[in-house]
Design a binder for this molecule. Structure first.
Ligand code: FAD
Length: 506
């Protein structure tokens, strides 16, 4: 009698209800991760995230081995590998953590059907978000709350999310993996080479993957009680040379860290102390995560503009040259290019840096579709998350959730707020490092002699600005105003059509 626990996200032994449901006296346990070679070849995953995943899997394997078990990394698509494993291991039960991404749901439905056909019991448990998404929707009368304030209201009715379940730190003997299975290298954690990563292309690793690192990082931040209590997101800095927020996002994305563990630790810290409040507090950040997970779960086509019921239809104009310049940090705006360089090198950028480059690419300057920017983030971010990436891109492009489209980030002035001297630019664009402070954000304005003295000629060693911000911003504001007006008119006309009475009244 064997139970398989299928790890996908949820790469952890703490607060893992589905894993606990797999552990039973008298039954064998096979912890499995499925590595689909098709996915390795085709998925939009950059080298930094592959490294993070391989580290997270190694960490999980190490932790399981300490409990006399191991991780079985099985190569193939889930639909192929499971029917074979069910037979080979005489599997009676399979457990997994619920994943609400549409692609994962389709995959899981198929595996569930295959399991049932093989007489295998399927046990799914929730653990990736604070609340079960359905609960929030149910409490909001069957609809997703479309504003943060309404989400807050609903969750305050629900009370605190469930407390974390016990960490798996002991296994009954029947669950130990012995003999050949324990040493079979065909199930080993994949090397970077197997994941298609050329090691020589990797930069030093700033955020190693895995549960051990996640818990250590959480501990460091939670010990800074006064910092936690005073945390206000808008007051953190995008130009800080060390992260000014927690960088727990990659760990939450892969489920190396349970959001409930973080939530309940925050509640403990807040007890009896004055502290910041949502939406700007650290707890408020977890509620932002919850917000996008909830809306995304019930919105068709959440990751695209067409057919997406929460997204405004805006006539973006695709231009490969502009897109390419933004993607490869060659816009000629040092602040934007420094951020895009940090993203590619390190895989994480501050939230307000994400604001700056997303606004620049879409409604601010380049008028490119938010979906294209989202795809670049999807490849390069360590924390790339289907719900959060799409939701935030819609926000920043003023396509959904946020409608003050006239508030545009200046690619010149915004960075100066927190970094007048331009140290952040100097770090990520060393070719500009010798520019004097008054030209570092606008090097094209420097006299040729200054450019020569700084060792970087604009148009030769660093690009000229690809657009003139002051001109395109005005043009784009006009385009946004028209798109908003068209949206309103379309809505009014469809409201009229669907309600003839209302039409008559008018
Ligand atoms: P902290 O400030 O320490 O917050 C703690 C946690 O709260 C984060 O780890 C994250 O899980 C959650 N959180 C914080 N801000 C947000 C937010 N605005 N929306 C949802 N959850 C939030 N975050 C991702 O995790 N994955 C993405 O793919 C992603 N894409 C984004 C795209 C754009 C255009 C923008 C503007 C933001 C995006 N974010 C994304 C949200 C946010 O920028 C990151 O979650 C945050 O910067 C991560 O850093 P941190 O862990 O230090 O955050």
């Amino acid at each position: 009698m064997t139970t398989v626990h299928w790890f996908r996200k949820g790469l952890r032994l703490h607060d893992n209800p589905a894993l606990l449901a797999a552990v039973k006296e008298g039954a064998e346990l096979r912890p499995v991760f499925v590595l689909d070679p098709w996915f390795v070849k085709h998925a939009r995953v950059g080298i930094n995230r592959w490294r993070f995943l391989s580290q997270a899997l190694r960490d999980l394997d190490d932790s399981l081995r300490k409990l006399k078990s191991r991780l079985f990394v099985v190569r193939g698509s889930p639909e192929e590998v499971f029917p074979a494993l069910f037979k080979k291991w005489d599997v009676q039960k399979i457990t997994w953590e619920i994943d609400t991404e549409p692609y994962a749901q389709r995959r899981d439905e198929k595996v569930e059907r295959l399991a049932r056909e093989s007489g295998v019991e399927v046990v799914c448990r929730h653990g990736h978000t604070l609340y079960r998404t359905e609960k929030i929707i149910e409490a909001n009368l069957g609809k997703a709350p479309l504003t943060y304030v309404s989400l807050e209201k609903v969750v305050s009715k629900l009370g605190h999310p469930p407390k974390p379940v016990d960490t798996l730190n002991d296994l009954p003997e029947s669950c130990h993996v012995r003999g050949e299975a324990a040493t079979d290298v065909s199930y080993d954690v994949p090397s970077l080479k197997e994941l298609g990563v050329e090691e020589s292309q990797l930069e030093p690793c700033l955020y190693p993957g895995g549960e051990t690192e996640a818990l250590a990082r959480l501990k460091i931040y939670m010990e800074r009680k006064s910092w936690v209590c005073k945390f206000e997101k808008p007051k953190t800095s995008p130009t800080s040379l060390q992260p000014s927020t927690t960088v727990l996002s990659p760990y939450l994305k892969f489920g190396c860290l349970s959001p409930r563990v973080m939530y309940h630790q925050l509640i403990q810290i807040y007890k009896g102390s004055a502290h910041s409040k949502p939406p700007v507090s650290l707890l408020g950040q977890l509620l932002w995560r919850e917000f996008f997970y909830t809306v995304g779960a019930v919105t068709p086509n959440f990751d695209r503009m067409e057919g997406n019921t929460v997204c405004r239809q805006i006539p973006w104009v695709r231009d490969d040259k502009l897109m390419d310049a933004w993607t490869n940090a060659r816009t000629g705006y040092p602040f934007i290019d420094a951020i895009m360089t940090q993203l590619r090198k390190e895989g994480w950028i501050h939230h307000l840096s994400r604001h700056a480059v997303a606004c620049f690419l879409t409604r601010g300057d380049l008028w490119q579709p938010w979906e294209d920017g989202m795809k670049v983030f999807e490849e390069l971010l360590l924390d790339a998350d289907w719900f959060l990436n799409a939701g935030n891109w819609m926000w920043l492009s003023a396509s959904a959730f946020f409608n003050s489209y006239f508030r545009v980030y200046s690619p010149i002035a915004f960075g100066k707020n927190t970094d007048k001297h331009g140290d952040y630019i100097r770090k990520y664009l060393p070719q500009l490092a010798k520019y004097p402070e008054n030209y570092i954000y606008e090097p094209w304005k420097a006299p040729l002699a200054t450019q020569r003295a700084a060792g970087c000629i604009i148009g030769q060693d660093y690009p000229r600005p690809i657009v003139d911000h002051s001109i395109v911003m005005k043009r784009n504001l006009d385009r946004m105003a028209k798109a908003y007006k068209a949206g309103k008119e379309k809505k009014a006309s469809s409201d009229n059509q669907s309600s003839p009475k209302k039409k008559m009244k008018k």
